[in-house]
Design a protein around this ligand. Structure first.
Ligand SMILES: *[C@@H]1O[C@H](CO)[C@@H](O)[C@H](O)[C@H]1NC(C)=O
Ligand SMILES: *[C@@H]1O[C@H](CO)[C@@H](O)[C@H](O)[C@H]1NC(C)=O
Ligand SMILES: *[C@@H]1O[C@H](CO)[C@@H](O)[C@H](O)[C@H]1NC(C)=O
Ligand SMILES: *[C@@H]1O[C@H](CO)[C@@H](O)[C@H](O)[C@H]1NC(C)=O
Ligand SMILES: *[C@@H]1O[C@H](CO)[C@@H](O)[C@H](O)[C@H]1NC(C)=O
Ligand SMILES: *[C@@H]1O[C@H](CO)[C@@H](O)[C@H](O)[C@H]1NC(C)=O
Ligand SMILES: *[C@@H]1O[C@H](CO)[C@@H](O)[C@H](O)[C@H]1NC(C)=O
Ligand SMILES: *[C@@H]1O[C@H](CO)[C@@H](O)[C@H](O)[C@H]1NC(C)=O
Ligand SMILES: *[C@@H]1O[C@H](CO)[C@@H](O)[C@H](O)[C@H]1NC(C)=O
Ligand SMILES: *[C@@H]1O[C@H](CO)[C@@H](O)[C@H](O)[C@H]1NC(C)=O
Ligand SMILES: *[C@@H]1O[C@H](CO)[C@@H](O)[C@H](O)[C@H]1NC(C)=O
Ligand SMILES: *[C@@H]1O[C@H](CO)[C@@H](O)[C@H](O)[C@H]1NC(C)=O
Length: 809
């Protein structure tokens, strides 16, 4: 910006104060500001500047940030107290109300601001503040003044629809998911793929457009604070990071996006992110005017005397408000988000003839000294001056969250038109062969736990491991009634076609949380880039919630870091998560979570989508697989293991199922659990290409039918652990495949629970009649054999990142 231009603005503005506004009357002011300079809210794993390198740790206001707000307070005092003589020179509690987001840096910003807004005269010592040596006094323009505490109000940040644009909001998650499907997003990813790959290698975490801000933000702040950047980032890269991130910030706010499948992002996204704030401002104005017309209403006790209402928030809050004002930029007339401690005020004026109008004044941070503030008028494109209240309300209706921000957030946008079903000429054959008739983990074989079942499988450094659900009876003389279940690790030995495993000991995961008072259940593991992601069910004795934990060392049960319950807010009960992560190898652009089971109460396995590399899931409300009447899966379907890629490019998805009708020794139990399969399309894994007519496995062995009180649940085979068989098809009997299918055979190693009591091993064999070029390497699918030595470090930092990703900028 040119300096003369700014002077022109200010000069013109002072003239306008002197003349036009001399007759008009200022009635009410609302201010919205961003906090001051802060430390990063988190960073990437390899950053040499970690939390300990920042004075107060992540995301905190710095001394400089406080100074910026001192200046803003002084600037606002100058306009509203000294020039316009609108507010009282001293603090009067009825005149002002300050609301902040529930975040340290916005609260301390508000406190710093109030310091400069309302210094108390020395003569007020002993009147408005204590006249004692230990009470803070300070100098303002050579005068000694005293500190008067001013209250700052707040509400829970997760549900702060007014000030936190990144509150919990399934609708916004879904809309963003649509954005990531647009050609604009795909093109931008493509055009920056080299940069993203380089950053992924440098930072130690997968960088995508959606989390690029983490890199941009850390580098920007490190530069501001003269800290050393991680090596490998050139000035050109930084420029590209900044410019690309600016585009993403526009899109985050619904700007500059084309319509997609009839959805106008420029209305839908601002309505969610900024609509509640816009209408909070309008609501205050309406109440103020109503109370001027009719001051004796009970509800006017607060508004009659109120003159100044403050919202202390974030750059994202200001940008969201700007987007509801249809400004073309995320920062009034600049790229990027509003700078530290920038503020906008919404002034309510009344003309001599009685008409009310609104005027927005912007106080951006002065780019020259980065501490002072400038002042300029904001012109609202669809409401030029004078923007009367009636006109302003009419133009704002598009952005009104109806019926409320909270309810809108919990209403999903229209689903996109169903894609035409994929068809394939490829036909698959899938069958199962037990590796042994004996269990591999069992109390009869010396395990510490009575029941060992439902296990996840993983591989690291050529070793195979299990995460096993383990459980004991509550009281040894009462069958079927069990205590909480836990998770334990076991190691598999699998050579020469013979499989065995170490028995579970009393060592279990240290995951236990209050939400797990009644146990941790049903583990499933998905591997990606050195990290093992565990999905399991946390049961608090009332509700089950799908939860997750991560580690780089899956054999060490103490190394798992519990992450959180997974945010699937449309359901009060969640479980059974089989994840399929996007990667460069599989070419998927988003993550998939196939979750839940058909008993709660919807009839299918649900589909949630995640942004690649970002840890949040938006439930689609759609189903991958539903129950089928008159079939082996007529009573229940539930996810099996993580889907695994086949040599055709499609995915093998094993699922569990039940039908009713066979009575057992367990009172009231007449279900039979069977294992089925589905083939998911490689280009769109939400589409099922083929599904089993008959179960590939059904309880037949004694310890699977389990029809005595020694077993926990009769008639169950249940599989949730599957990896490509490390021995390939060496030990499989392929004779039943037939000639057309023989060459394409791929073998998988599975581990399943029998009668919810013992664990057994099975081979799943898949083949197709597709013509596939064959390579000499036998091992199918992708399976990890090595991890980086910095794995542990990576996990801790990843954890920090995931947590901090929930906080605002
Ligand atoms: C961060 O702090 C650590 C520990 O004090 C120090 O060794 C390291 O040099 C600091 N990093 C930078 C980039 O200053
Ligand atoms: C705020 O500060 C408290 C300690 O004063 C700290 O425990 C907390 O983590 C901080 N919260 C945020 C969001 O920075
Ligand atoms: C995406 O890129 C293609 C190829 O460069 C181009 O033809 C197309 O117009 C782009 N689409 C959008 C929406 O940017
Ligand atoms: C960083 O270095 C510049 C140039 O030496 C200096 O002007 C600035 O004050 C420094 N910033 C901080 C935060 O120390
Ligand atoms: C980012 O790029 C924009 C131009 O696209 C520029 O105005 C701005 O100063 C840059 N920001 C930083 C922090 O370099
Ligand atoms: C008041 O004056 C303004 C500006 O001259 C004009 O636009 C408006 O219509 C007038 N309102 C009434 C109620 O006369
Ligand atoms: C277990 O159950 C039996 C039979 O009901 C009862 O006698 C015994 O006290 C119970 N033991 C414990 C530890 O509760
Ligand atoms: C596997 O079988 C081969 C041939 O039967 C035998 O030479 C080898 O020792 C066996 N290995 C193990 C670990 O049992
Ligand atoms: C676990 O087993 C070991 C060895 O059997 C025993 O010393 C220890 O007390 C047990 N711990 C628990 C918590 O049961
Ligand atoms: C399945 O059976 C239920 C209950 O008998 C019935 O309501 C439903 O219409 C049937 N669905 C199909 C697809 O036949
Ligand atoms: C009941 O069990 C028998 C014997 O295992 C089996 O043949 C039959 O299919 C089962 N019926 C149902 C409805 O599950
Ligand atoms: C299991 O045992 C019960 C009681 O002995 C019997 O009624 C039932 O038919 C048996 N079920 C199966 C599948 O064997």
């Amino acid at each position: 910006m040119k300096f003369s231009l700014i002077f022109g603005f200010i000069f013109g503005f002072l003239i306008s104060i002197a003349f036009a506004e001399a007759q008009d009357k200022l009635i009410f002011v609302q201010a919205i500001w961003r906090h001051g300079d802060r430390s990063p809210t988190g960073t990437f794993p390899n950053d040499p500047n970690q939390e300990g390198n920042w004075t107060q740790g992540w995301g905190q206001l710095t001394e400089w940030g406080m100074r910026q707000h001192l200046d803003l307070g002084r600037t606002l005092r100058r306009r509203y107290i000294e020039q316009l003589q609108f507010l009282s020179p001293d603090y009067h509690n009825h005149e002002i109300y300050v609301r902040s987001t529930d975040v340290n840096r916005t609260m301390i910003s508000a406190m710093s601001n109030m310091f400069a807004m309302y210094p108390a005269k020395a003569s007020d010592a002993g009147v408005t503040y204590p006249d004692v040596n230990t009470w803070p006094t300070y100098q303002v323009e050579g005068q000694k003044v005293g500190y008067v505490p001013i209250p700052i109000h707040t509400i829970n940040d997760d549900i702060d629809y007014t000030l936190n644009p990144d509150m919990i909001c399934p609708r916004q998650d879904r809309l963003w998911n649509y954005v990531t499907q647009t050609q604009q997003y795909l093109n931008l990813t493509r055009d920056n793929q080299d940069l993203l790959n380089k950053l992924t290698a440098i930072t130690g975490m997968e960088i995508t457009l959606s989390n690029l801000w983490v890199v941009a933000d850390s580098l920007f702040i490190e530069k501001t604070w003269n800290k050393t950047w991680i090596s490998g980032i050139t000035d050109d890269m930084y420029k590209q990071i900044n410019e690309t991130n600016d585009i993403i910030e526009y899109w985050n706010n619904g700007l500059q996006l084309e319509k997609y499948e009839g959805i106008d992002f420029s209305i839908e996204i601002p309505k969610i992110r900024g609509g509640s704030l816009l209408w909070s401002i309008i609501g205050h104005i309406q109440q103020k005017i109503d109370c001027i017309n009719n001051p004796n209403q009970d509800s006017c006790g607060f508004f009659n005397k109120l003159k100044y209402y403050v919202y202390s928030a974030h750059d994202t809050t200001l940008a969201a408000l700007f987007s509801t004002l249809r400004l073309s930029h995320t920062n009034w007339n600049e790229d990027g988000y509003p700078h530290y401690s920038s503020a906008v005020t919404a002034e309510l004026w009344q003309m001599v003839n009685g008409t009310y109008y609104i005027k927005f004044v912007y106080f951006p941070l002065d780019p020259v000294d980065n501490t002072g503030h400038l002042q300029e008028n904001l012109v609202i494109p669809d409401c030029p001056d004078p923007c009367t209240i009636d006109k302003f309300i009419a133009r704002s209706n598009d952005f009104k969250p109806i019926p409320s921000g909270a309810e809108l957030c919990n209403t999903l946008p229209p689903t996109l038109p169903a894609k035409p079903p994929l068809t394939t000429t490829t036909n698959y054959k899938v069958f199962a062969q037990r590796l042994s008739d004996q269990p591999i983990v069992s109390s009869k074989m010396g395990s510490f736990w009575e029941y060992n079942y439902n296990a996840a499988l993983f591989q690291k450094d050529g070793k195979i491991g299990l995460v096993v659900r383990v459980q004991n009876l509550k009281n040894d003389s009462i069958p079927f009634e069990v205590g909480p279940s836990h998770l334990a690790v076991s190691t598999i030995t699998y050579t020469n076609g013979t499989i065995s495993a170490t028995q579970t000991t009393n060592q279990t995961f240290t995951l236990m949380q209050p939400s797990e008072a009644c146990g941790t259940e049903d583990p499933r593991v998905t591997y990606k880039n050195g990290i093992y992601y565990l999905f399991y069910t946390a049961y608090d004795c009332n509700a089950a919630l799908l939860s997750s934990a991560i580690t780089a060392n899956p054999f060490d049960s103490n190394s798992w870091t519990r992450f959180s319950s997974i945010d699937l807010p449309l359901r009060s009960w969640s479980k059974s998560g089989a994840a399929l992560f996007a990667s460069d190898e599989n070419g998927l652009t988003q993550d998939y979570l196939f979750w839940g089971d058909s008993s709660f109460p919807v009839g299918g396995i649900g589909i949630a989508l995640g942004q690649r590399g970002k840890w949040s899931w938006g439930d689609t409300g759609d189903y991958l697989i539903k129950i089928r009447n008159d079939s082996f899966d007529s009573n229940l379907v539930e996810s099996g293991a993580t889907p695994l890629k086949l040599n055709t490019g499609d995915y093998l998805f094993i699922y569990n199922s039940a039908r009713s009708g066979n009575s057992t020794v367990k009172p009231g139990w007449n279900l039979q659990y069977n294992i089925g399969y589905a083939i998911l399309a490689g280009s769109d894994p939400t589409q099922v290409l083929q599904r089993s007519d008959q179960p590939i496995m059904t309880p037949t062995l004694d310890w699977e039918t389990g029809n005595t009180t020694d077993y926990l649940t009769p008639n169950v085979v249940f599989l949730e652990g599957l990896i490509p068989d490390p021995n390939g098809c060496k030990y499989a009997n392929l004779s039943q495949l037939g000639n057309d299918y023989m060459n394409n055979a791929e073998c998988f190693l599975g581990v399943y629970g029998g009668a919810d009591s013992h664990l057994g091993a099975v081979q799943i064999i898949v083949s197709s009649n597709a013509s596939i070029p064959h390579s000499s390497t036998p091992s199918p699918g992708t399976s990890p054999t090595t991890t980086t030595s910095s794995g542990n470090m990576q996990v801790l930092s990843l954890f920090t990142l995931l947590i901090t990703a929930f906080f605002n900028l």
